[in-house]
Structures are given as structure tokens and as C-alpha cells.
Design a protein around this ligand. Structure first.
Ligand code: SAM
Ligand code: SF4
Length: 326
């Protein structure tokens, strides 16, 4: 078990498989985003070694993200190797869903347990405007393929952006009337060069809840309003699934945080919204042994920041979201 200096048990690692992406969502990265040379990114063997060390330190929950994790060339074989690593109890992925039509079956067969699929609107025109490049039909077919492959329970993520999709919140929430899905609304967070846009266009969870209730009726707290991971869950009358809110900006859940993030270039980042990172790739390539690497991980965990500083205008500047891995 690995504890931080505040006594939180840190056992959940989100791994960015790549900084690259087949979309350019306006809330995530600039359109002319430049990616790192592949040689600077964790190679397969390096990543698998680090995962083994994390499991030996008590991490047991792993989520693959990015960039877009499905664009990593050998994603199915990497998933298979990770699923077979002793100590990996939970293995899931956050994806934009574009490639799930082809990959959901092979990923499930390789040992992936669940997917969270990002879908910010059901309207094809708005979807293209938000993602700059995407076709929402591909995402929808990806969701169906994931369900058919048994990647359940299905969770959908939407980031709501003023002037882009704030009118679509109720349509998205209404999906839970017909499907046993969790539809989660994420407050947009500020990063790097996109921070000013993000801060100006954020819609709060409270505003989203009000919009949904005005059209679909009361949202009743599930489980007494307790957090499910990072989401507060509610249910509509007649709802088969849940509506969740991830309110990182207005109602942070830092006290309950169990997570760390491994960036595609091998840095261990201990808070999504703080710049503090521990470089693991450089020592690994310089020949550090497993004990030395484990000591670096333990040290980074110990120094995990208590929480983010958005309330005091402290915004992470060294990376945008796609480089950290959501
Ligand atoms: N490409 C995959 C996807 O879009 O699901 C995985 C990576 S993406 C960075 C992970 C999650 O972060 C997605 O649900 C995305 O909507 C969310 N996200 C991206 N930028 C964000 C921001 N500025 N604030 C809040 N969430 C954001
Ligand atoms: Fe790509 Fe996901 Fe970022 Fe959109 S949110 S640009 S799909 S990494």
C-alpha cells in the first residue's frame, strides 16, 4: 500500500498511452498541436516494466487514456500484456470511441474490462465544431460495438462548453431513460495555452443540473449523493441509468483522490491540475534498478499535492489535457 503524506492511499494509475489523437477537441488542445517525437515516449517494454513496479507498490486499478489510446499502434497487444500482469485487478480505457467499431471486440478479448466513451453532443454539426474533425456517427457505432463486446457498465463523458453544446445537456441526460448507461457531465478545466478559453467558457455542474431538471424533471441523488469515483450520481424518474457530474472546478473531490497519472513521456504526475511531476523515464533509460525506480514512485506519491489551486487562480501551465491523459 502506498500512502501520501496526508494518509490517502494512492492505488489508481491513469496511463497516457500516447499524446497523439485523431481529434482536436477545442477544450483539450490547439488545432496546430505539436506532438513529441516517438523516441521521447515510453516504449512498450518500458511501460510494462513500470506497470509491474506500480502493482508491486499496491496499485491495482489502471485506466488507459491519452491523447487517444486506441491510436497506439499495438494497443491490443499492450492491453493483453497489462491484463496478464499480476496485481492488475481493474483495467479500463477512456476513448473518443472513433476506432471502437474495429477494436472493441479485440480489446475485450485481450482483457480490457470497461470503456468510458466521450460524446459531447448528439448533433453532427455541433460535434464537428467541438472536435474540429469528428463524425458523431462513428462514436455512436463505437458505443454499440463496445456494448456488444461486453465492455460494461457503459460510461459516457461529455465536457460542456458555453457557446458550443450547453443546449445539448438534456438530450444527453435523456439517454439514461432508454439505456442502462452512466452519462457523466464534466466541468471544463483550464490547462496551458487553452486556459483562458476554458475559464471563460466553463459551465458549472449546478447550471447543468438546472437545465436537465427544467426539461426532464427532478434528479434524485443516488446512494445519498456519495461520490462514485469522481462523479456525483443522480437518477431521473423512469431512468435506467445514472446521470453523473464531475465537478472538479466548483466542488473538488481532492480529499478522496486515490490517483496518479503516468504521462506518455514517462513522467509521474500526482495531480491533474498541478505541474509537479517525477521523471521516471530518464532514470529508467540511465539504468536505474527496480528498487531505485520504486523509491522514486514512493517519493512522488508521498509528495502528492493536497489539491488543486483553481480557486486561487493557480492553473497548470506545463501541459494541455491531451498530454496528461484526462
Ligand atoms: N481521447 C480520449 C477521450 O477523449 O476520451 C481520452 C483522453 S481525453 C484527454 C480524457 C477525458 O478528458 C475526455 O473525457 C475529455 O472529454 C476530457 N477533457 C479533455 N479536455 C478537458 C478539459 N479541458 N476539461 C475537462 N475535461 C477535459
Ligand atoms: Fe483527443 Fe480526447 Fe483531447 Fe478530444 S479530448 S482532442 S479526443 S485527447
Amino acid at each position: 500500500m502506498t500512502l501520501d503524506r496526508f494518509g490517502r492511499e494512492i492505488n489508481y494509475l491513469r496511463i497516457s498511452l500516447t499524446d497523439r489523437c485523431n481529434l482536436r477537441c477545442v477544450y483539450c488542445m490547439p488545432e496546430d498541436m505539436r506532438f513529441r517525437p516517438r523516441a521521447e515516449l515510453l516504449q512498450d517494454g518500458e511501460l510494462l516494466l513500470l506497470i509491474r513496479l506500480f502493482t508491486e507498490l499496491g496499485f491495482h486499478k489502471f485506466r488507459l487514456t491519452g491523447g487517444e489510446p486506441t491510436v497506439r499502434a499495438n494497443v491490443v497487444e499492450m492491453v493483453r500484456a497489462m491484463a496478464q500482469t499480476p496485481g492488475v485487478r481493474s483495467l479500463s480505457m477512456t476513448t473518443n470511441g472513433l476506432l471502437l467499431k474495429q477494436l472493441a471486440g479485440p480489446l475485450a478479448e485481450a482483457g480490457l474490462q470497461r470503456v468510458n466513451v466521450s460524446i459531447d453532443t448528439l448533433d453532427p454539426v455541433k460535434f464537428k465544431r467541438l472536435t474540429r474533425w469528428g463524425d458523431v456517427q462513428d462514436v455512436w457505432e463505437g458505443i454499440e460495438a463496445a456494448e456488444a463486446a461486453g465492455l460494461a457498465p457503459m460510461k459516457l463523458n461529455a465536457v460542456i462548453v458555453r457557446g458550443y453544446n450547453e443546449d445539448d445537456v438534456a438530450d444527453l441526460a435523456a439517454l439514461t431513460l432508454d439505456h442502462p448507461w452512466q452519462m457523466r457531465f464534466i466541468e471544463m478545466m483550464p490547462f496551458g495555452d487553452v486556459a483562458e478559453f476554458q475559464l471563460a467558457q466553463v459551465i458549472t455542474s449546478q447550471a447543468m443540473r438546472a437545465t436537465i431538471e427544467a426539461r426532464l424533471g427532478p434528479l434524485v441523488p443516488v446512494d445519498g449523493g456519495r461520490l462514485d469515483g469522481e462523479a456525483r450520481l443522480y437518477r431521473l424518474a423512469q431512468g435506467q441509468g445514472d446521470v453523473g457530474f464531475i465537478s472538479s472546478v466548483t466542488e473538488p473531490f481532492c480529499a478522496f483522490c486515490t490517483r496518479a497519472r503516468l504521462t506518455a513521456d514517462g513522467k509521474l504526475r500526482m495531480c491533474l491540475l498541478r505541474d509537479y511531476e517525477m521523471d521516471l523515464l530518464t532514470p529508467l533509460r540511465a539504468g536505474a534498478g527496480v528498487d531505485e525506480l520504486k523509491a522514486l514512485i514512493t517519493k512522488a506519491v508521498y509528495h502528492k499535492p493536497w489539491g488543486h489551486g483553481l480557486a486561487h487562480n493557480v492553473v497548470p501551465r506545463n501541459r494541455v489535457m491531451s498530454e496528461i491523459g484526462g
